[in-house]
Design a protein around this ligand. Structure first.
Ligand code: NAD
Ligand code: UDP
Length: 323
């Protein structure tokens, strides 16, 4: 394998820190850019003294000038409470961030991968969701800053591909969880585990009958790297996620069981535009990347619970007051 200089935007975040770790282990020269809006430097503590790792504090809405071979574009708040805190900034991050990395990729002839999302399907009326499904997004709702921002970023990626022959990849990531999720990001897995370990009430939104399909982070990172290194003809968009679907209530019950918690489950109002169901059709990823997830929800939750037991909650600040 040839060694490359690789930029990871949003590299201090949950997924980004795992990706940086894998790329550093492979021997690549890794540059991480992050403004630490939803992450903390401690996610990268173990990489800071590595000779092939560099960390730059920068906001991707401003231009960047680097010489790189590959770019993974992950910078963007991903949890609803984070991206809804400053929705205009969220849209700017997706759109201007995409323009800036695409411009850089065009100049340096770098390959560039966009971390898109299952949210481009909105509240889907096709189930499971194949890549050909065009989605059901409310363009003016509270989730639109993220969903439409990511849709616009996909548009930019494909226009740079068609107009400027930039070598792109687009992956649509479905709910992913694991160690280094921010304990106060309000996402369902981190919330339930933190609440269960603290003996607090477990907050189930709506009747808990809405579904999600949860992918363990290691499986996800493997797919992203395979996509970047796959054939140039296969640019995506490609779904990556775990097709095993659970209701949010089933998730709450499994977290209670695995933590041995005495927490009660309580019901809270369902947030606006909360998708009723979500399950990736991963046939394309299987056929083109020879990939499918390996880690079961039970095993992955076990590893995530272990991580949450190992951290000190007081070392983490809540990035936004939305929780
Ligand atoms: P995260 O919030 O942990 O990571 C995002 C990172 O981007 C953070 O380190 C944050 O500080 C940084 N960031 C935000 N705005 C920035 C800006 N303007 N300039 C520079 N850095 C900025 O979230 P994550 O779960 O690791 O998500 C990473 C990417 O994957 C995001 O683009 C997200 O949309 C996408 N994604 C994640 C999931 C998931 O389930 N985890 C699902 C779909 C898509
Ligand atoms: N959810 C919940 N309790 C929580 C946090 C989230 O019931 O404390 C629900 C939320 O309403 C949604 C699902 O869990 O139906 C997943 O939410 P998350 O914010 O993790 O991600 P989403 O897939 O909605 O972007």
């Amino acid at each position: 394998m040839s060694l490359k200089r690789i930029l990871v935007t949003g590299g201090a975040g949950f997924l980004g820190s795992h990706l940086c770790e894998r790329l550093v282990e492979q021997g690549h020269d890794v540059v991480c850019i992050d403004n630490f809006f939803t992450s903390q430097k401690s996610n990268l503590d173990h990489l800071l003294n590595r000779k092939n790792f560099e960390l730059i504090r920068h906001d991707v809405t401003h231009p960047m000038w680097l010489e790189v071979d590959e770019i993974y574009n992950l910078a963007c708040p991903a949890a609803p409470g984070h991206y809804q805190y400053n929705p205009i900034k969220t849209m700017k991050t997706s759109v201007m961030g995409a323009i800036n990395v695409l411009g850089m990729a065009k100049r340096c002839r770098a390959k560039v991968l966009q971390a898109s999302t299952s949210e481009v399907y909105g509240d889907p009326d096709v189930h499971p969701q194949p890549e050909s499904y065009r989605g059901n997004v409310n363009p003016i709702g509270p989730r639109a800053c993220y969903d439409e921002g990511k849709r616009a970023a996909e548009t930019l990626f494909f226009d740079y591909y068609r107009s400027n022959r930039v070598n792109i990849r687009v992956v649509r990531i479905f709910n992913t969880y694991g160690p280094r999720m921010h304990p106060f990001d309000g996402r369902v897995v981190s919330n339930f585990i933190r609440q269960a370990l603290a003996g607090e009430e477990i907050t189930l939104f709506g009747d808990g009958g809405q579904s999600r399909s949860f992918c363990y982070v290691d499986d996800l990172i493997e797919a992203m790297i395979r996509m970047m290194n796959g054939p140039n003809e296969f640019v995506g968009p490609v779904n990556i996620g775990n097709p095993h679907e659970f209701t949010v209530r089933q998730l709450a019950e499994m977290v209670v069981e695995l933590t041995g918690s005495t927490s009660r489950i309580v019901y809270k109002p369902l947030p606006a535009d909360d998708p009723r169901q979500r399950q990736p059709d991963i046939s394309l990823a299987k056929a083109n990347l020879g990939w499918e997830p390996k880690v079961t929800l039970r095993d992955g939750l076990g590893r995530t619970i272990e991580y949450f037991r190992s951290i000190r909650m007081q070392d983490f600040r809540a990035p936004t007051p939305n929780f």
